[in-house]
Design a protein around this ligand. Structure first.
Ligand code: WT7
Length: 697
């Protein structure tokens, strides 16, 4: 339960100025609204619904659901009977009804300082309509799945919104994933079309995206599946030097000297990407756009029509296609964005996440655009060309609301305050974090150094599955405790359960679950509703199980303690141990592998892998390098192991189950192993301690 009064001790309060115009100005207002959201959801959400355009209105209850597996199939339906279009709501409504056509939707800031572009709401609408027509011309229909594998460019937003406009389902794959991962995702959702780009730079590293995409498409063909088309955006290659689609005009980018910069880059020894071209499938974005009309009537979708699929790691190894639907997701991302960042019309908002993750879907594209916000879309890295890049960008665009990950904060902390103090940052009003628990030291640094003790820090807890924030402070209303995601958002009812599924009251620690759905939660695992039910609803019937541990303190604040399933959180990205293990075991030298997390000062967790080799194979550095490379290739660079330890034996129970708890202790060199009486052979433990990898990475 939410306390009646907010605590006065050990908390940070928002500065007075922020409270004056805030949407939720006090803890009392939060509490009142929360009670309304839970007791009278139809009334609460009814007010939010009014802000949007509905082609037809819904009849009946706002939310209809079954959350209890023992009572039948799990389902969540929001606003059944209504029809709308999310693209219409985030673009046409802003341009035509709210007269925001001339307002800047995105400031695009490229990898290289000085590469920048702007796009207004009106221009974005035109681009989206044109690209929606392009998609139609390529045979894409309502309900078809479209895979998008692109860098952080405005065209990525154009592509996703164009899908939404015609009712196609986008499946965005983070551009850091490998060909194998992309192939697996294309196959799982049977995407008929792939949208990609020639390449991009991450810092000074060139990523040959088209080359990887082609590799993925070949892997699909090897498994008897072919996409109909691959649309390629020329991001780096303009006509000059590009081998693609020879007659197409240069990308319509408003930055006049991009091409000059490109030449500079080539001169500096920065090469252009290699662009293989297969005329049977490949088509050029720009050629198609040239002839496309700017008129495109949106497809009016049912509330529960799918909007997108986004893959997230699953504990069995195979990624899960988390599916979100139109109306509930739209309302939820719009409202959470407005209240959690206390969005005001003059704001410039910047979220540093990649659109390839849920954070980018909900809080770069849909939530901000639904509010008519101006956002920064950043292609580059926080450390390139130097470690003050973020603050330079904050000053350049007068960013008011800033959202990033704890791992980025910890990374920048290492360089001290000087790179931060080089810039004024006086436009900042609210700071946010997401992705993993933030350690109090990093929180304090963010609050004191980045925000000059002026800006509340909203520590937002949520998941790909939840669609939007579920536990979070509201900046003017919630007194903050460093490291706590504080209280539930409207309509969300958290609970803490013990191992036997009993709900704990008062201060306690256990499994974090939710008792009822909210509009923006996932609806199913694409193509596998059983897996949806098993993963999230079977362990504790009647509850959605997050997979996170959680503590509630005496003031009712929630503190996430981290994953309690076989999932690792590396730099804010979830990885499944099983997925990394299976990548290792695919190597001919490896008989068995067990992967655990080891605490890491910047990344949160690092990957520590134990491998048992086949008989007769000996362990050496070359093999270690091969194994690391293998995981990179199978999954992507984010999954590269930090440590690999040769483990002739693994600690197993008599029934043969690997005791990961013991391996975790070995990885972090903690001798206190707790009860190991169930171990079949305790001598392996000593051997593993002796052979620990000591070198820090
Ligand atoms: C997992 C979800 C939601 C967008 C990014 C990650 C962890 C996320 C927090 C936070 C503590 C957090 C949880 C969660 N997590 N935010 N504020 N405090 N932990 O999305 O890949 O679906 O990962 O990230 O462990 O379950 P995701």
């Amino acid at each position: 339960m939410i306390p009646d009064k907010a605590p006065k001790e050990d908390v940070f309060h928002a500065a007075g100025g922020l409270r004056k115009d805030a949407h939720v100005p006090s803890f009392e207002t939060y509490k009142e609204l929360y009670t309304k959201s839970v007791d009278s959801p139809d009334e609460f959400w009814g007010d939010v619904v009014k802000d949007f355009f509905w082609k037809t209105k819904h009849a009946g209850r706002f939310l209809d659901y079954n959350f209890d597996v023992t009572k039948g199939e799990i389902f969540i339906k929001c606003m059944e009977g209504a029809t709308t279009n999310i693209c219409y709501n985030v673009l046409d409504r802003n341009v035509h009804e709210r007269k925001l056509g001339e307002k800047i939707a995105f400031y695009w800031e490229g990898n290289e300082p000085g590469d920048d572009l702007t796009i207004t709401y009106k221009e974005l609408l035109h681009q989206v309509c044109k690209f929606a027509n392009v998609l139609k011309s390529q045979g894409v229909k309502k309900g078809d799945r479209v895979s998008i594998y692109m860098p952080m460019v405005i065209e990525l937003v154009v592509a996703m919104l164009a899908c939404a406009r015609i009712g196609a389902v986008h499946s965005i794959v983070f551009a850091g994933y490998s060909a194998e991962s992309l192939c697996e995702r294309i196959l799982d959702s049977q995407c008929t079309l792939l949208i990609t780009a020639d390449g991009f730079y991450r810092g000074d590293k060139l990523i040959n995206l088209k080359l990887i995409a082609d590799d993925a498409l070949q892997k699909c063909r090897d498994k008897s599946f072919s996409v109909l088309r691959c649309i390629m955006l020329k991001h780096l290659c303009k006509d000059e030097g590009a081998s693609a689609g020879s007659q197409s005009p240069p990308a319509k980018r408003s930055c006049p000297d991009m091409q000059e910069k490109q030449k500079d880059r080539v001169k500096k020894g920065h090469p252009l990407p290699k662009v293989p071209w297969n005329p049977e499938v490949d088509v050029c974005w720009h050629t198609l756009m040239d002839g496309a009309s700017e008129d495109c009537e949106p497809e009016w979708c049912e509330s529960e029509d799918p909007l997108f699929i986004l893959y997230t790691s699953g504990s069995t190894g195979k990624p899960k296609g988390v599916m979100h639907t139109v109306s509930g997701y739209m309302l939820y991302t719009a409202l959470t964005f407005k209240l959690v960042f206390d969005y005001q019309p003059g704001d410039v908002y910047w979220c540093t996440a990649d659109i390839g993750w849920i954070t980018g879907h909900s809080y770069i594209t849909y939530g901000p655009l639904a509010n008519g916000a101006t956002c920064v879309l950043f292609e580059g890295l926080p450390t390139y060309p130097d470690v003050s890049r973020m603050w330079e960008i904050v000053d350049k665009y007068h960013v008011t609301k800033f959202y990033t990950a704890p791992t980025a904060i910890r990374l920048l902390m290492k360089y001290g305050t000087e790179p931060v103090h080089k810039y004024k940052r006086d436009s900042l009003k609210v700071l946010g974090t997401v992705g993993e628990p933030i350690n109090p030291e990093a929180w304090q640094w963010y609050y004191n150094v980045v925000g000059d003790k002026r800006c509340p820090v909203v520590d937002t807890f949520w998941q790909t599955e939840t669609g939007g924030h579920v536990l979070t402070p509201l900046p003017a209303a919630t007194p903050m405790k460093p490291g706590s995601a504080t209280f539930p958002f409207f309509g969300v009812i958290p609970a803490i359960l013990n191992e036997s599924g009993e709900e704990l009251e008062g201060p306690s620690e256990g499994y974090l679950v939710f008792k009822q759905p909210w509009p923006g939660m996932m609806r199913t695992v694409y193509g596998n509703h059983d897996r949806f039910e098993t993963t999230y609803f079977k362990k504790f019937p009647g509850f959605y199980v997050t997979g996170d541990g959680c503590r509630r303190d005496k003031d009712g604040y929630y503190w996430i303690t981290g994953r309690i399933d076989d999932m690792l959180n590396v730099s804010g990205h979830l990885l499944s141990t099983a997925e990394v293990e299976s990548a290792l075991v695919e190597h001919e030298a490896v008989a068995e592998a067990a992967v655990v997390g080891r605490p890491h000062p910047v990344k949160g967790e690092s990957l520590y892998c134990f491998v048992t080799l086949n008989d007769g194979v000996s362990y050496n550095k070359a093999l270690e390098a091969q194994l690391k490379q293998q995981v990179r290739e199978k999954i992507g660079a984010i999954a590269t192991p930090d440590y690999i330890q040769n483990a002739p034996g693994l600690p197993k129970t008599r029934s043969g189950k690997i005791m990961r708890r013991v391996l975790r202790k070995i990885a972090s060199n903690e001798r206190d192993l707790g009860d190991i009486s169930t171990l079949a052979d305790s001598s392996v433990v000593e051997q593993l301690f002796e052979n620990r990898c000591c070198a820090a990475v």
